[in-house]
Design a protein around this ligand. Structure first.
Ligand SMILES: [Zn+2]
Ligand SMILES: [Zn+2]
Length: 354
């Protein structure tokens, strides 16, 4: 049985059965819960997308899928229904990404750390901007996505978390607080980040940087600047001609293509397959480096593991700092191994076999 191979016709049959039985009886019969993230929209009516997708399998595959065999989300039900030609709508809008909160927080800061109302021009402007950001897929948004009301609410969530605010904070998550604290600690830097995101969108540059197909990098790599500028940073690091220039310059000076943090040499370990391979890391985040030309001296040669570790958490260590922490870890491990070995050795001496 091939999960997800459902046709338009079988989905229609499931919809008919749903309408005949009624929603409750339909869900009970096939043991599905109410949809939590996506609904299928058909002829003006909304359906529990996961239940419909599961039941549609009955006609295409001989039996309905049970609820625990697949997810209702964009990996399964929502994707299958769309592929079968149906409209699927997100019930809940996605959580605010760091980039979005940075923009909202910047506005709150400019407004003297006070929230703004939905009618405010600056809120409608930000709402339009957020709808342009290439962060959340269209399919994950519903018609209220980042509308002025939602944006205004977010500005209050942030403003009421400000330490000077007297009174009970409205909602708002941990990420709101995190970004707010960064704005309070480094206002100039964070304002610069917000400006760069705005500029990148206005110039159309950030839209062109698709979520690469390697979304994992977007999520796993954290930058003080958020996801969009991170994509730009990565694009700059992957620039082929820049990488070639850097490698050539190192080789010409008689250097080795080895990781500046841990010393890993791809050719030494992998032979021919690894020859000439190394990644380039731009040591300056975009808001520090600015948009200008990349200097070769800003690029470090780094192995894939160390590169991941650098980007994993902000602030990024320099290759030198990472090298120091690798050495410290090794030294600590050696001490621990010695400490373990010693008492045992001592015990052996105290317990001679007579
Ligand atoms: Zn390394
Ligand atoms: Zn990097």
């Amino acid at each position: 049985m091939h999960r997800g191979a459902i046709t338009h016709a079988s989905v229609l049959k499931a919809l008919v059965e749903h309408d005949e039985l009624g929603r409750e009886a339909f869900l009970a019969k096939y043991r599905f819960g109410e949809a939590r993230s996506y609904v299928l929209v058909h002829e003006g009516r909304e359906y529990d997308s996961k239940a419909i997708a599961g039941v549609a399998h009955k006609w295409d595959q001989g039996r309905a899928l049970s609820a625990d065999e697949f997810s209702g989300g964009k990996d399964h039900a929502a994707a299958w229904l769309k592929r079968a030609g149906f409209q699927v709508k997100a019930i809940k809008n996605p959580d605010w990404a760091r980039d979005e909160i940075i923009l909202a927080c910047h506005l709150v800061m400019q407004n003297g750390w006070k929230g703004l109302d939905a009618e405010d021009n600056r809120v409608t402007e930000l709402s339009a901007l957020l709808q342009l950001l290439p962060i959340h897929a269209e399919a994950d948004r519903n018609e209220k996505f980042r509308n002025p009301n939602g944006v205004a609410r977010k500005t209050y969530d942030i403003a009421t978390r400000h330490p000077d605010y007297q009174g009970k904070p409205t909602n708002g998550g941990a990420l709101d607080r995190e970004v707010l604290n960064e704005f309070l600690a480094r206002p100039d830097e964070m304002a610069q980040v917000a400006r760069l995101i705005r500029q990148g969108i206005a110039a159309g540059e950030l839209q062109d940087l698709a979520p690469s197909g390697n979304e994992e990098f977007d999520d796993d790599f954290s930058a003080p600047e958020g996801r969009l500028l991170m994509r730009r940073h990565r694009a700059r690091e992957r620039n082929k001609s820049l990488r070639t220039k850097k490698i050539t310059s190192v080789l010409q000076r008689g250097g080795r293509l080895a990781c500046e943090a841990c010393g890993f040499d791809f050719e030494a370990v992998y032979g021919d397959r690894g020859a000439g391979y190394i990644e380039c890391h731009h040591v300056l985040p975009l808001h520090v480096a600015g948009e200008g030309r990349t200097k070769l001296s800003d690029l470090a040669l780094i192995c894939a593991n160390c590169h991941r570790m650098i980007h994993r958490r902000a602030p990024w260590p320099t290759p030198g700092e990472l090298r120091t922490s690798i050495e410290q870890k090794r030294a600590a491990d050696r001490r621990a191994a010695l400490a373990l070995a010693r008492p045992r050795g001592a015990a052996d001496e105290r317990d001679p076999n007579p």
